[in-house]
Design a protein around this ligand. Sequence first.
Ligand code: ZN
Length: 241
Amino acid sequence: MKEKINVLIQLQDCDNRIQAITNRKNKAPLTVQKLEDELKGADLKLQEDNNRSEALKKDSRTLEQEIQELEGKIDKSNEKLSHIKSNKEYTAALKEIEDVKKLINLTEDKAIQFMEEIEAVEKICLANNEHQKEMKKDFEQTREEVEIELAALDKDLKNIENERTQFSEVVDQDLYKKYLFLKERKGGQAISPVIGGVCRTCNIGLPPQKYNELQKRDTLLTCPNCHRMIYWEEEQTEEEG
Ligand SMILES: [Zn+2]
């Protein structure tokens, strides 16, 4: 019986390690995914800022054009002035020129505002561009690391699976059925160590009358609380690794 129990313990150990590696394998790509999403977000933001900068430049050019046209109007009006005879007409023409000049001032103010805005947006774009380069580097590096990690995990997994196959070939078939049944229903843990008289999985203390029986490993006992198979394990036996 002792041998049979030992095989089950080994099987459980293999399965626990397989589970741990599987968890890590599932988790590892999430880091890369997160960085990729961030990078995409930054890309989008940069694109938006670039578009905004382009739109502002276009509007700014339109304003420059408007100013030029208005200045042309003033030139024409000034030329007209020299041909005007009546005072009334002269005053009206001057007033018209004044109005256009005011409009030019307003448009110029707007143009300056646009230029300042363009400058600000371009500064942001430049900074974001730099930041993005860093993000990209970080992403590439992490992706590489994760690939290496995954390859190592696959290798470990294969080794443990081989190890497990060996145990599954020598395990007592009835116990193995029970093991698989419990493993399926008990969150992966079918057989639990009892350390210091306590079931390590559900943390319930076992009656001291059972200690002797457990220590001998002559029969396979069941935890009265979680109903897993249990076996005695001496305290401070941290030989894992
Ligand atoms: Zn238990």
